[in-house]
Write a protein that binds this ligand. Structure first.
Ligand code: NAD
Ligand code: ZN
Length: 381
């Protein structure tokens, strides 16, 4: 049983998926125990990522039990319960050696496997992902990490993407003690970024979205201010005003491509003139950060979503930092935060569905229905 992509806005559970094979001595096969749907999956679901092929299985946030090991895997045993970072990385190239696991350079499919992301189109390696009963895990010595004794699986599965991504967003912001940090987006990633901003010493954290139940959630969960941009008038003016007209020290984009152009439409009252979505949050981030401030981007964009006010970046002397999260680099720190109770990721899980109901999971998460924040899929074994 596995999720199967049938085309934009159409996914289903497929009962006839073949059991994955070990293709390389460094592979493992993992029996999935938890698998989440991510905002990044929505870009695939909305048809915005090039070369997303019909028949593919998505899913890059999963935990599972090791079933089979290739002959070159030495760091795992059959039966180990692991969390699997979303980055597929070789561990040996110059980028992996600097712990830039989201920027692995391995591109030789004969040698081993190409760098990429589980279940994220053929532009990211063409791997089937973890919204399945079983999944092939390449470079099994590098990514999979044994779940510590006593850690809840719901926390562990969020350590494969959402927690490290939110944390890295705050880290890239270079937050100094007392800084005002504005986070655009109150999805799972923005919620985690807001929570983590305090760990870096923020003095004030403001979250912007337009979905009230998410704003209410983040206000309680991250103990921050949260505002609905539809009620603010001009968002940039509001943020300037509330920061003594200087602008925020740090702005974080945890939105990425707004496929539906919802933000744009709700402000100007008409559909977007572009195809491919809008970069409204990134505009706001650049325009409301202070001179010399930092804009940290973890939101995902397609090639057509790049119209941003670059002149303002130059004139204000803004530093932009952006990347895929380097999950494996951050795991030791984040495991410690979770085990000590400083971070409680599982509180964001709002829905728990059997894998058979994957279509419903995509539907409610995409439509932001039923107060959905983070859905987790449970395979049937
Ligand atoms: P999500 O879809 O649940 O949340 C996005 C939120 O942004 C929604 O609540 C939406 O209402 C809000 N939003 C839309 N337009 C806005 C605007 N103009 N201003 C403020 N808020 C706005 O998604 P998520 O799971 O939280 O992921 C967020 C982004 O992070 C996605 O683009 C995803 O692809 C990306 N992501 C990146 C990485 C990485 O490693 N860099 C990892 C995971 C996710
Ligand atoms: Zn994800």
């Amino acid at each position: 049983l596995a999720m199967n992509f049938r085309g934009p806005f159409r996914v289903r559970a497929d009962r006839n998926r073949p059991y994955p094979e070990i293709k390389h001595p460094q592979d493992a096969i993992v029996r999935v125990t938890r698998s989440c749907i991510c905002g990044s999956d929505l870009h695939l679901y909305h048809g915005l990522v090039p070369d997303t092929r019909v028949g593919m299985t998505f899913g890059h946030e999963f935990t599972g039990v090791v079933e089979e090991l290739g002959s070159a895997v030495t760091n795992l045993k059959v039966g180990d319960h692991v969390m699997v970072p979303f980055n597929i990385a070789c561990g040996a190239c110059p980028f992996c050696q600097q712990q830039l696991f989201g920027n692995c350079h391995e591109s030789n499919p004969q040698a081993t496997a190409v760098a990429g992301i589980y279940g994220y189109s053929h532009t990211a390696g063409g791997y089937d992902g973890g919204q399945a009963e079983y999944v092939r895990v390449p470079y099994a010595n590098v990514g999979p990490t044994i779940i510590p004794q006593g850690m809840d699986l719901d926390d562990a599965v969020l350590l494969t993407d959402v927690v490290p991504t939110g944390y890295q967003a705050a880290e890239m912001g270079g937050i100094q003690k007392g800084d005002t940090v504005v986070v655009f987006g109150a999805g799972p990633v923005g919620i985690m970024a807001a929570k983590c901003a305090w760990l870096f010493g923020a003095g004030r954290v403001i979250v912007i979205d337009h979905i009230d139940y998410r704003l209410e959630f983040v206000r309680n969960y991250a103990q921050c201010e949260a505002y609905n941009f539809k009620e603010l008038g001009d968002v940039v003016v509001f943020l300037k005003k509330t920061t003594g007209w200087f602008g925020a020290d740090v702005c974080i984009d945890a939105v990425g491509c707004d496929a539906a152009g919802d933000a744009f439409q709700s402000l100007v009252g008409r559909k977007l003139p572009l195809t491919g979505g809008s970069a409204t949050a990134l505009h706001w981030a650049i325009n409301s950060v202070k001179k010399g401030g930092i804009v940290s981007i973890v939101g995902v964009y397609g090639p057509l979503d790049t119209l941003v006010p670059i002149g303002n970046v130059v004139n204000k002397g803004i530093t932009i930092r952006a990347n895929q999260a380097s999950v494996k680099r951050l795991l030791p720190t984040l495991i410690d935060h979770v085990m000590s109770g400083r971070l409680n990721p599982k509180a964001i899980i709002s829905h728990r569905l059997p894998l058979e109901e994957v279509a419903e999971g995509y539907h409610i998460f995409s439509a932001k229905r039923d107060n959905c924040i983070k859905p987790v899929l449970i395979p049937p074994h």
